[in-house]
Design a protein around this ligand. Structure first.
Ligand code: ADE
Length: 251
């Protein structure tokens, strides 16, 4: 097939794109609505998974078993933890790790038992192709047109970057400096934290389906995170989501 599966955790991350689909058919399976439709000529299935690794794993497994998708794109927001990762930047996953997986002393910390891996790669070629397309969206002129100038000021978004690197996932909203420092000490290469990506990457790995994870930074995973996250998700993330997802057509 040439159908692309698109997931986000919450409606605000993917509503922009559901609203732009044509010939939409909704199918409800186990508390999730799967929207089949077209983005231009591209057939897609869009679903929001809800929050956390279990919800994401269950949803992507259902998507892969019930719909004939050949690749998976997960999109959403994340807390920035790498140096110089700022609100408004976009992180495209090179690889993903579950920072709360720990079967030690049986297996090394972070390793998923029996699979024997800690890091799950995204599809590198696809991810790099998408990064190039996202760069065009983030040009200052385009950004000024898309996003309200008050919001650009409020979130101090000036010249957002597209970064390629490690995403750390776990079932925690990281919102204290202590949590953030602990994570960075353990995983100094991680650029951002979120709650689904590595689960999606593990399921896709086991199904042999390529995946891409794209995260816009909504907060800095510190004491201001919940405020920044909530207003970013309400005011800005729909636009980022819609514009980024438009770029995946014909990948
Ligand atoms: N998603 C967005 N911000 C986050 C944070 N600080 N922690 C976990 N997931 C997030």
């Amino acid at each position: 097939s040439n159908v692309i599966g698109i997931l986000g955790a919450i409606p605000q991350e993917i509503n922009g794109i559901i609203n732009s689909l044509t010939s939409v058919k909704e199918t409800v399976i186990s508390n999730r609505s799967y929207y089949e439709g077209f983005l231009g000529e591209q057939k897609v299935v869009v679903v929001y998974s809800r929050i956390g690794k279990v919800a994401a794993a269950a949803t992507v497994a259902t998507l892969l078993l019930k719909f004939d998708v050949c690749k998976v794109v997960f999109i959403g927001v994340a807390g920035g933890i790498g140096t110089d990762v700022c609100v408004g930047d976009v992180v495209v996953a090179k690889d993903l790790i579950q920072y709360d997986m720990d079967a030690s002393p049986l297996r090394p910390k972070f390793e998923v038992p029996l699979i024997g891996k800690s890091y799950f790669n995204s599809d590198q070629e696809l991810s790099i192709a998408i990064m190039d397309r996202i760069k065009a969206i983030l040009s200052p002129d385009n950004l000024n047109e898309l996003i309200d100038s008050d919001d650009l000021k409020k979130f101090k978004i000036k010249a957002p970057k597209v970064l390629f690197g490690t995403i750390a996932s776990g079932d925690q909203f990281v919102s204290t400096n202590e949590q953030r420092s602990r994570l960075l000490a353990e995983l100094p290469n991680a650029l951002c934290v979120e709650m689904e990506g590595a689960a999606v990457a593990q399921v896709c790995f086991e199904f042999g389906i390529p995946c891409v994870v794209i995260r816009t930074i909504s907060d800095n995973a510190n004491h201001e995170a919940s405020f920044s996250f909530q207003s970013f998700v309400e005011e800005v993330s729909i636009v980022y989501g819609r514009e980024i997802l438009k770029t995946i057509i014909e990948l």
